[in-house]
Design a protein around this ligand. Structure first.
Ligand SMILES: C[S@@+](CC[C@H](N)C(=O)[O-])C[C@H]1O[C@@H](n2cnc3c(N)ncnc32)[C@H](O)[C@@H]1O
Length: 210
């Protein structure tokens, strides 16, 4: 395991304790909440959905509760985040969502397995090389014409948010915030459909090109 993954395990041992509280600070209500908007994009049909780097499943459970016909798998490398996810799934008696400890760079799922893949609020904290590896892996496990939704931070959200990013996020987040998503997605065989803006964040909708 590369060093960054060791750091992720240590970091999220502590962050897991306050993670859901932080989420409430950024996205306090259902109105104009990107997590609910992401859930609305996914039809409640017989679809296999993968949530990459699902963390505590705070967003994944919103999809699972709205779409009881979806079969959803959440993957993450942090046992501490996954343990909270499992408690949440049990508490709400969610039957169409399961989680497993899996590295997003090497998921071991078969090619062309999922109809939809989501990845939320994680890419901004990763190095460019890792982001590309994860997106390539997502491309591999998505079915042809499968849908990818990336929910993540965006820039230009004012002084306080920029200060927050400077203090709490790694230096390379500033590179991420400048991404030309059309170019990046095209280079790994995705077509960009649209980008929608929400508080602090944007929702990128792309389709796998066969
Ligand atoms: C900021 S949290 C986001 C959690 C969740 N997606 C959400 O929307 O709240 C980032 C998560 O990514 C996970 N992570 C980072 N690198 C990973 C990797 N290579 N494979 C799987 N999970 C990873 C961390 O363990 C952590 O739970």
């Amino acid at each position: 395991m590369r060093d960054y993954k060791k750091n992720v395990l240590i970091q999220y041992r502590f962050v897991s304790i306050i993670y859901d509280f932080l989420d409430l600070v950024f996205f306090p209500s259902e109105h104009n909440n990107p997590r609910y908007e992401l859930a609305k994009k996914i039809p409640n049909d017989d679809l296999s959905v993968l949530d990459v780097c699902c963390g505590t499943c705070v967003g994944t459970t919103i999809i699972a509760r709205k779409n009881n016909k979806n079969s959803i798998i959440g993957i993450d490398i942090s046992p501490d985040m996954l343990s909270i996810a499992e408690k949440r799934i049990k508490k709400h008696n969610i039957r169409n969502l399961s989680v497993r400890k899996t590295d997003a760079e090497n998921t071991k799922f078969n090619d062309n397995t999922f109809d939809v893949v989501t990845v939320s609020l994680v890419l901004h904290e990763l190095q460019h090389e890792t982001i590309i590896n994860i997106l390539r892996e997502i491309q591999r496990v998505l079915k042809n014409n499968g849908r990818l939704y990336i929910l993540d931070y965006r820039k230009d959200e004012g002084f306080l948010f920029s200060l927050y990013l400077k203090i709490f996020e790694p230096k390379h987040t500033s590179v991420f915030l400048e991404y030309d998503w059309n170019k990046i997605l095209n280079s790994i065989k995705f077509g960009l459909n649209r980008i929608e803006h929400f508080p602090y964040s944007q929702l990128i909708d792309a389709t796998k090109i066969s």
